[in-house]
Design a protein around this ligand. Structure first.
Ligand code: NAD
Length: 442
């Protein structure tokens, strides 16, 4: 099939490369011309395991093309995916400007029938708005071309995006059209061979499913963070509570970690956008508001602990930060807990020595050069002369840290661990003080 994808970010690029890999001819369009040039040369600027190889393989096979020319891209396709960003607007609602701009572009350049697929995370009713925008453009051009819009939300996770896409638990397609069903069946057939993973439903339900899924996962995290607070006060250990709770098959272990709060490009904005949708229809989203409030408090918790551990003052102190990405195996720092900690440290006059295995380039882009920031080349380098260490991301490389060496490299003796990576006894035996999440002894 001939497929065009608008937006070559985490979702668009993974979708494009994976669909090309099973034999479709995929054209990826992006407004960022520098990105397009680099992708044409096989240079994938984001860090996502396996993505560079996948992109290069399909570029070389001429199944994956990159362009900044939307006319060429729209003409080339039977199916057009919209995978552009939908960041939070100031009032918490999803900012649909990029999605609707793509709809305009499609309507401006379309001259044969197409199936348009909303893959971006968009509020209920957006497919109808996309349809209206395209129809208006066609009418303005004096054309009457059959086209259909469906919803196909994406559930991949950064860090395991390719596996999530290729081995998705389910592929949700919201449509009321038999033709779209048939087209989407063919599109996903290579990923749908053993048992049927495609779930067809009405468009509004598909749109709401994506938000409901993310809000549920965010709620699990906030729930555990709330229980962690209680655990600290009552003398319980959240890690043992987690094992006890998660082993109930009705609950399970996924997304059940207490920590530094959820971040990333999805959970924070999607919880807010769903709350906004609820309010817009007159329903006060009590639970969603609590999920967000607990998360905001948890992101501040790391700094509060640090302040407490350093005697109430961080001015003039040097703090090592391990992990800047919002989670391991990605370079994405959008809404990462690290950003709250680092900003608070700067606000209170501390210097930061940070290390992240993949997010250095992103940190440079976000923060630029500053006197109170050193981006270290290794975890050890970040520790040299530090008064304290804060762990924001659970990169596996940090798990095996030599705690005695940590103690030697640091000037101070405090670890504030937002990810509960270590056994408190082992940290204490290394001569370090340890403040972690939901463990009263630390
Ligand atoms: P991103 O910011 O990484 O990428 C978006 C891309 O779209 C950018 O390259 C941008 O230049 C491009 N773009 C913007 N306007 C455009 C236009 N008019 N025409 C062509 N390209 C345009 O975003 P992302 O993380 O890939 O997310 C995309 C959507 O998928 C969002 O709605 C997001 O909520 C959703 N989603 C993201 C994830 C994730 O883990 N990142 C997972 C599931 C769903």
């Amino acid at each position: 099939m001939k497929i065009t994808i608008f937006g070559s970010g985490y979702v668009g690029l993974v979708t494009g490369a994976c669909l090309a890999d099973v034999g479709h001819v995929v054209t990826c369009v992006d407004v960022d011309t520098a990105k397009v040039e680099r992708l044409r040369a096989g240079d994938v600027m984001i860090y996502e395991p396996g993505l560079t190889e996948l992109v290069r393989r399909n570029l070389n096979a001429n199944r994956l093309l990159f362009t900044a020319d939307p006319a060429e891209a729209v003409a080339a396709a039977d199916i057009i995916f919209i995978a552009v960003g939908t960041p939070a607007d100031e009032d918490g609602s999803a900012d649909l400007r990029s999605v609707l701009a793509v709809a305009q572009t499609i309507g401006t350049h379309m001259s044969t029938p197409k199936v348009v697929v909303d893959k971006s995370t968009v509020p209920v009713g957006t497919a109808e708005r996309v349809r209206d925008v395209i129809a208006e453009r066609l009418t303005a051009r004096g054309l009457d071309i059959g086209f259909e819009v469906c919803s196909n939300p994406e559930f991949l996770k950064e860090g395991s995006a390719i596996a999530d896409f290729t081995r998705a638990a389910r592929i949700i397609v919201g449509t009321d059209s038999a033709r779209v069903r048939e087209v989407m069946q063919r599109c996903y057939a290579p990923y749908n061979r053993n048992h049927n993973k495609i779930m067809f439903m009405d468009i509004r339900s598909a749109e709401l499913t994506k938000y409901a899924a993310n809000a549920m996962l965010a709620a699990r995290i906030s729930f555990m963070n709330e229980i962690a607070r209680v655990a600290e006060h009552v003398g319980a250990d959240i890690e043992q509570v987690r094992l006890g709770v998660g082993s109930d098959p009705r609950i399970g272990f996924d997304f059940l970690y207490a920590g530094a709060g959820y971040g990333g490009s999805c959970f924070p904005k999607d919880v807010r956008a769903l709350a906004h949708t609820a309010r817009s229809v007159g329903h006060e989203p009590v639970l969603l508001s609590a999920v967000e409030a607990v998360n905001t408090a948890q992101k501040n918790w790391l700094f509060d602990k640090l302040l407490q551990g350093l005697g109430g003052n961080v001015a003039g102190k040097t703090v090592a930060v391990w992990g800047l990405a919002f989670k391991p195996n990605t370079d994405d720092m959008r809404e990462a807990p690290s950003r709250v900690v680092v900003q608070s440290l700067w606000n209170y006059g501390a210097k930061v020595q940070a290390f992240d295995p993949q997010a250095r380039r992103e940190a440079e882009r976000i923060w630029g050069a500053r006197d109170d920031l050193k981006l270290a080349n290794s975890a050890d380098e970040a520790l040299v002369g530090a008064d304290a260490l804060v762990i924001c991301t659970e990169w596996s490389t940090f798990r095996g840290a030599d705690l005695a060496a940590v103690k030697t490299l640091m000037k101070g003796d405090l670890i504030v661990d937002g990810r509960n990576l270590y056994d408190p006894v082992a940290v204490s035996e290394a001569g370090l003080r340890y403040l972690s999440v939901g463990r009263s002894g630390t």
